[in-house]
Write a protein that binds this ligand. Structure first.
Ligand code: AMP
Length: 431
């Protein structure tokens, strides 16, 4: 089906053509017509499916002929990165329209966001927490809202945002069109859809958890302590250009990025303890090709869209099968192909099995020919917590002992000088 069959405004079709989209992705072909007809939508779609354009195009189409100066569309999304990405997509799809958008998320100043509310920007893209902060002020009114999008709803559930979403709903008109996107539909999300949607058109509900086509998946069995060396070996072999690497903890993210830099690979990292400015700089450096590797924890990396990203490496096996599918959705975007490698230590085999059960297939195991699987690791990536605590305790005890010894030394009067050694037979004899 060509894009022209979707009956979108010619200025939107022009932008789509300029972006080089040859034809609508399945989610776009399914969602755009009912969305244009004003229907509520419940769609199972993950990152990489083209879902962002699936909700932005019909909204842009319907806003184009409306009077300006009122915020008519709100997109709720779980993370800052995703909000920034959606705004970028909006700007790419709307250059031949008068429509404006703004992103509202935490970690940056409220001032410019307040301006967006006051000027009645057409489309607001917001994370729930920061939006609620604005709602405390009189300027933040969304009485003229006509379109609401919930993006990555299941991720919002994971991040504990469902109460915030219900709070946001109290601030916006009940009469509106709602487009609801979620990769999976766990029970609390289904309950929310019942509260929010009116006779929705259901899209892809039965095909919840399948990764995007065009992704080559492989498993690399390796001892936990040799994972860094294996990643380095794969990078040095040169068959991975730029790579997004996921690790399980912030600590491992830091240590792995340090390890790669130490071995001459330009790498950056993003995780929850890094400031917004640091995350933005890391992502921009990765996108521009300055950094070859971006190491990230799962939550911080949600919504990262790196067009034509060739490789994702799961340095640790994701705990939930859904996370695996979400992550590898980051390669193989729409029409492209990519590779997703998962490093599996013997201790992680169980989690891998759960993933394979959901995928419905066994993933191929790969051994790297000249890699020494029996090498002694250079250094451990992560010292176990118990060991770290024991080391801190030992150090503190040593400091305490030293301090105690110092005070004792000060408190005790200096001993009288010892008489010189007396030699027997020498007593009293004049020298
Ligand atoms: P998302 O919206 O997060 O699922 O990401 C979709 C990715 O595919 C983005 O990089 C888009 O630029 C790209 N994309 C969206 N629609 C199409 C299309 N019809 N053809 C090719 N690429 C697309």
């Amino acid at each position: 089906m060509p894009f022209s069959a979707l009956k979108l405004h010619p200025n939107l079709l022009k932008a789509v053509k300029e972006l080089g989209y040859a034809r609508p992705t399945p989610i776009q072909a399914d969602a755009i017509p009912p969305a244009l007809a004003g229907r509520d939508i419940l769609a199972c779609a993950m990152t990489g499916s083209g879902k962002t354009a699936a909700f932005l195009l019909p909204i842009l189409h319907r806003l184009m002929d409306k009077p300006r100066g009122t915020t008519r569309a709100l997109v709720l999304t779980p993370t800052r990165e995703l909000a920034a990405q959606i705004l970028e997509d909006l700007n790419e799809l709307a250059p031949h329209t008068p429509i404006t958008g703004a992103a509202v998320f935490g970690g940056v100043g409220m001032g410019p966001q307040e301006h967006a509310f006051r000027s009645g920007v057409d489309v607001l893209i917001a994370t729930p927490g920061r939006l609620l902060d604005h709602f405390k002020a009189a300027y933040a009114k969304l009485d003229g809202l006509e379109y609401l999008v919930l993006d990555e709803a299941d991720r919002m559930l994971d991040m504990g945002f469902l109460p915030d979403i219900r709070r946001v709903l109290r601030h916006i008109p009940a009469r509106r069109q709602t487009l609801f996107f979620s990769a999976t539909l766990p029970a609390p999300i289904l309950a929310l859809t019942r509260e929010m949607l009116r006779e929705p058109v259901m899209i892809n509900i039965e095909r919840q958890s399948t990764p995007a086509v065009g992704i080559t998946q492989a498993v690399y069995p390796v001892a936990q302590e040799l994972k860094s060396a294996l990643l380095l070996a794969l990078l040095r072999r040169g068959d991975m250009k730029e790579v997004l690497v996921f690790t399980r903890t912030k600590h491992r993210t830091n240590r792995l990025a340090e390890y790669l830099v130490k071995h001459g690979i330009s790498a950056e990292r993003i995780h929850g303890n890094r400031s917004q400015a640091q995350r933005t700089a890391a992502l921009a450096g990765f996108k521009s090709g300055k950094h070859r590797v971006l190491v990230a924890t799962d939550i911080a990396a949600r919504g990262i869209d790196v067009t034509a990203l060739g490789h994702v490496v799961n340095f640790d096996v994701p705990l939930a099968p859904e996370d695996y599918i979400h992550r590898i959705g980051r390669t193989g975007r729409a029409e492209l192909t990519g590779d997703a490698y998962t490093f599996v230590s013997p201790q992680e085999e169980g989690e891998l099995k759960s993933i394979e059960r959901v995928l419905g297939k066994r993933l191929p195991r790969v051994t790297v020919p000249d890699f020494d699987y029996h090498a002694r690791p250079e250094a451990r990536l992560e010292v176990p917590l118990a060991e770290r605590i024991a080391a801190i305790r030992a150090k503190k005890a040593e400091e305490r002992n030293r301090a105690k010894a110092r005070t004792e030394r000060r408190a005790t009067p200096a001993p009288a000088p010892k008489p010189g050694p007396r030699r027997p037979g020498n007593r009293g004899r004049p020298r």
